[in-house]
Design a protein around this ligand. Structure first.
Ligand code: ADQ
Length: 491
C-alpha cells in the first residue's frame, strides 16, 4: 500500500485510552485551551511515530452543549484526537467510582479505606453498570471512526470491557488491549464481584499485553481458576478461540533520544548550571511522582528522615527534591494524602533545617519537560519507592539523563521496572524504611566504578527498549496473531 509520494502508507492505529494526551479547558462558548497531560501512558506514546495514530478518549471536561462538543471536536482534530463525551454522572460513577475507587486500589494490592468499604460495596453494581455504559460509549466512537485494516489498541484498566464491545460490533476488527498497572494475583482478582465478566471481555481481544511476565501469569491463572479455561504457553483458549497473552515482547519504554537530545539544548544547560550553583556542596536526591498512594511518597520521606537521624554528618550535605504532581484532587483520600505529606515534610524541615537551608524541597506541581530533564541530570540519587507500580517510567527517564553523572537509582522491588533495571539499581522494599534509609547511605557513598557499572547496565536497557519498539512490537504481534488465527480456522 503506497502513498502518493511513493512512500509506503503507515498503518492506521486507533489508540483508545480513558484520557486523551491533552486536557481541555473552556475559555469561551467555542474557544478551548488544550494542555498536555502528565502521566506514564502519554509519555510512552509520545515517541511512537511509525503509525498514522489517532487518539480516542475523554478530554477531562464535561461538555453538555452541542456547540461546545462541536467546537472541541474541531480543536482536538488538529492534535489528531477524537473526544468521547462523558457526562458528570457517568464520570462520577465510572471514573471516580469503579475505576479509581475499586480497580485502581485492587490492582495495586491496596485495600479500600475502611470507611469507604461498605459504601463502595453498596454502590458497586451501579458503578459497574456505569463502567460498562462508559466503555460502550468509547466503543461507539471507535466504531464511528474505524476503517477496514485499522488496528485498535485499547489501554488500561478503565477499558477492560471495550474489547468485547468492539468485537460485538465487528468481529473482524483487530483489537489489542494493554494493561499499564499490575494485574494482581488471582486471589485478589477473585474478590471482585464482576471478576468473570471483566476477564471474558478482555479475552475478546486478539492480543492482551502486560508489562511483566508475573502480571501475565496472574491473568492466565485468573482465567483458569475463575473461568475454568485452559491456559496454554501462548495464552488462553476458550472453545477453540485463542487469545494471545504476552509480556516478554512488551516491556514499555521511553523515547530515550528525546531526553538525551534535550540535555544539549542551551536552555537546559543553563538550567543545569543554575541548579548546580543552587545546591553546590550538597548531594541531590530526587523523587518525581504523581501524588498517588501507590507511589509511596510518605514512606520515602520517612526513610529520608531516618537517614538524617542516623547520619548527622550528612544533614548539611544532602537535599531531597520531591516533585509531586497532584492527581484526583477531588477525591478525599488523595486530599488526605497531600495533607499527610505536607505535615511530614514540615516536621522534618523544622527538625533538621537551618536558617539558610532545608533538607526537603517539596513541590506540588508539574514541571515542564526541560526543567525535568535538568533536574534528572543534576541528581546524584533518584528515589523510586512505589508500593506497587505497573512499570514506573520516572526511573527510565532518570537513567536516560545520567550519561555524564552516573547517579544511583534506588528502586522499589514492587515496581515493574525492578525486573528490567534491577541489576543496575539498588532494590528496596519500600515498606521497610530502615532498609531504604540504609540504601540511601549506600548510594551516597558508592564508589565511582560501581556507579559506572550499574549505570551502564541500565542505560543500555533504557536506550534499547524504547517506547517506539514497544508499540511496533505490540502492533506487529497483533497483526501476526490475526494471521495465525485465520490459518488455524482454515485448518
Ligand atoms: P504513572 O502512574 O503515571 O503511569 P510513571 O510510569 O512513573 O507513572 O509515569 C509518570 C510520567 O509522568 C513520567 O513521564 C513523568 O515524567 C511524568 N511526571 C510525573 N510527575 C511529574 C511532575 N511533577 N512534573 C512533570 N512530569 C511528571 C502508569 C503506571 C505506570 C506505568 C505507566 C506506563 O502507573 O506503572 O509505568 O503507566 O505504562
Amino acid at each position: 500500500c503506497e502513498r502518493k509520494d511513493g512512500q509506503p502508507a503507515k498503518q492506521r492505529l486507533l489508540v483508545v485510552a480513558n484520557r486523551l494526551p491533552v486536557s481541555a479547558v473552556r475559555r469561551g462558548e467555542e474557544s478551548w485551551a488544550l494542555e498536555m497531560s502528565v502521566g506514564g501512558l502519554v509519555s510512552a506514546l509520545l515517541g511512537v511515530n511509525d503509525f498514522e495514530a489517532r487518539w480516542i478518549g475523554w478530554a477531562g471536561v464535561n461538555v453538555p452543549d452541542e456547540i461546545g462538543q462541536r467546537s472541541l471536536t474541531i480543536a482536538l482534530a488538529e492534535k489528531r484526537c477524537i473526544p468521547v463525551f462523558l457526562d458528570e454522572e457517568i464520570v462520577h460513577q465510572y471514573y471516580n467510582g469503579y475505576c479509581n475507587n475499586i480497580l485502581w486500589p485492587l490492582f495495586h494490592y491496596l485495600g479500600l479505606p475502611q470507611e469507604d468499604r461498605l459504601a463502595t460495596t453498596r454502590g458497586f453494581q451501579s458503578q459497574f453498570d456505569a463502567y460498562k455504559k462508559a466503555n460502550q460509549m468509547f466503543a461507539d466512537v471507535v466504531n464511528e471512526h474505524y476503517e477496514e485494516g485499522d488496528v485498535v489498541w485499547c489501554h488500561d484498566y478503565h477499558l477492560m470491557f471495550l474489547p468485547k464491545c468492539l468485537k460485538d460490533y465487528n468481529n473482524e476488527m483487530k483489537v489489542g488491549w494493554f494493561l499499564h498497572t499490575p494485574f494482581p494475583s488471582s486471589e485478589i482478582h477473585r474478590t471482585l464481584p464482576s471478576r468473570s465478566e471483566l476477564l471474558r471481555s478482555v479475552l475478546a481481544a486478539d492480543l492482551v499485553g502486560f508489562h511483566t511476565y508475573d502480571y501475565a501469569r496472574h491473568f492466565v491463572s485468573a482465567c483458569t481458576r475463575i473461568l475454568g479455561l485452559e491456559g496454554t504457553p501462548e495464552g488462553v483458549e476458550d472453545q477453540g478461540k485463542l487469545t494471545r497473552v504476552a509480556a516478554v515482547f512488551f516491556p514499555i519504554g521511553i523515547d530515550s533520544d528525546r531526553f538525551i537530545r534535550a540535555l544539549e539544548l542551551p536552555q537546559v544547560k543553563d538550567h543545569i548550571k543554575e541548579l548546580k550553583d543552587r545546591f553546590a556542596g550538597r548531594k541531590v536526591m530526587l523523587g518525581v511522582d504523581r501524588l498517588d498512594m501507590i507511589k509511596g511518597i510518605p514512606q520515602k520521606i520517612l526513610a529520608f528522615e531516618k537517614f538524617l537521624e542516623e547520619n548527622p554528618l550528612w544533614r548539611d550535605g544532602v537535599v531531597l527534591l520531591q516533585i509531586a504532581v497532584p492527581t484526583r484532587t477531588d477525591v478525599p483520600e488523595y486530599q488526605k494524602l497531600t495533607c499527610q505529606v505536607h505535615e511530614i515534610v514540615g516536621r522534618i524541615n523544622g527538625r533538621f533545617g537551618t536558617l539558610t537551608a532545608v533538607p526537603i524541597h517539596h513541590l506540588d506541581r508539574t514541571l515542564d519537560f526541560q526543567a525535568l530533564c535538568a533536574l534528572y541530570a543534576v541528581t546524584d540519587v533518584a528515589l523510586v519507592t512505589s508500593l506497587r507500580d505497573g512499570m514506573n517510567l520516572v526511573s527510565y527517564e532518570f537513567v536516560a539523563c545520567q550519561a555524564s553523572k552516573k547517579g544511583v537509582l534506588i528502586l522499589s522491588e514492587f515496581a515493574g521496572a525492578a525486573q528490567s533495571l534491577g541489576a543496575g539499581a539498588i532494590l528496596v522494599n519500600p515498606w521497610n524504611i530502615t532498609e531504604v534509609a540504609a540504601s540511601i547511605g549506600y548510594a551516597l557513598n558508592m564508589p565511582a566504578d560501581e556507579r559506572e557499572k550499574r549505570h551502564h547496565h541500565n542505560f543500555m536497557h533504557v536506550t534499547t527498549h524504547t517506547s517506539q519498539e514497544w508499540a511496533e512490537t505490540f502492533v506487529s504481534e497483533l497483526n501476526d496473531s490475526i494471521v495465525e488465527a485465520q490459518m488455524r480456522t482454515r485448518q
